[in-house]
Design a protein around this ligand. Structure first.
Ligand SMILES: C[S@@+](CC[C@H](N)C(=O)[O-])C[C@H]1O[C@@H](n2cnc3c(N)ncnc32)[C@H](O)[C@@H]1O
Length: 198
C-alpha cells in the first residue's frame, strides 16, 4: 500500500499537516535526548523537530516511504539513520534507545500487530525510557463522529489506517505503564506516553 502511495503521501496529507500536525509534531520530541527512535518514520515529517543533540534512528517497512525520507534528510540536512525494518521485529539491540516516538504508526498496524509492535518497542527502549504514541480516535461528539465515519473508508483505502485501534488496551500486556494521555487536537488526536518500568 505505501509503495503506491509514497509519491503522493505528502501531497495528500498536506491540508492535515498544515492544519493539524505541524503544531503537534514538536510536542512529540520536546524534552527528549540521547538515542531516539522514530518508529514508522514515513517520509520523514518529524525530522524538522528532532532535538538537536539527539541521535535519531528512523525505521519503516516501506522502501518507497524511506526513499522519500532520504530525500527529506538531505533537504533538511538532518542527521538521522534510516533503516528498513518491521516495527514488530526491528533486530535492534535490547534497551538501545532512550525513547521512542511513533506518529500515526499504530493506526495503520492491524489489530493483531498492536501487541507485537508494543512489545518490540518495550524491548528496544531502555527501562524507564518513554514511548510516545500519537494516534487518532473517534470523537465523542456525535456530529464530528459522524463525519469521521464518512471519512473512514477513504482513510482505510488510502492509508490502511483506522480511527479505532485503541492502542492503549494493549499496553499492560506489553509490560508498559501509561504515564500520560492527553488530546493534542480536539478530541480526536491523542498523545499516549508509556514507559517500561525501570
Ligand atoms: C501514516 S504513515 C505515518 C508516517 C510518519 N510517522 C508521519 O507521522 O507522517 C505510517 C507509516 O508506517 C509505516 N509502517 C506500516 N507498517 C509498518 C511496520 N510493520 N513496521 C514499520 N513501519 C510500518 C508505513 O510504511 C508508513 O510509512
Amino acid at each position: 500500500m505505501y509503495r503506491s502511495i509514497a509519491r503522493l503521501y505528502d501531497l495528500l496529507d498536506l491540508p492535515f499537516e498544515r492544519g493539524r500536525y505541524a503544531p503537534i509534531r514538536p510536542v512529540m520530541f520536546a524534552g527528549l535526548s540521547g538515542r531516539l527512535l522514530d518508529a514508522g518514520v514515513g517520509t520523514g515529517r518529524n525530522m524538522a523537530f528532532y532535538p538537536p543533540n539527539a541521535q535519531v534512528t528512523g525505521v519503516d517497512l516501506s522502501p518507497a516511504m524511506l526513499s522519500r525520507a532520504v530525500a527529506r534528510r538531505e533537504q533538511l540536512g538532518v542527521e538521522v539513520e534510516l533503516l528498513e525494518r518491521d516495527i514488530c521485529d526491528t533486530r535492534l539491540p535490547e534497551g538501545h534507545f532512550d525513547a521512542a516516538v511513533a506518529t500515526f504508526l499504530f493506526c495503520v498496524l492491524d489489530d493483531s500487530l498492536q501487541l507485537p509492535a508494543l512489545k518490540e518497542l518495550s524491548r528496544i527502549v531502555r527501562p524507564g525510557g518513554e514511548i510516545r504514541i500519537l494516534e487518532y480516535q473517534y470523537s465523542a461528539r456525535p456530529w464530528k463522529r459522524f463525519v469521521m465515519h464518512l471519512w473512514a473508508p477513504w482513510v482505510r483505502m488510502a492509508y490502511g489506517a483506522t480511527f479505532d485501534r485503541n492502542t492503549e488496551q494493549y499496553l499492560p500486556e506489553a509490560g508498559l505503564e501509561i504515564v500520560e494521555e492527553r488530546f493534542l487536537f480536539q478530541d480526536i488526536i491523542k498523545l499516549i506516553v508509556a514507559r517500561a518500568p525501570g
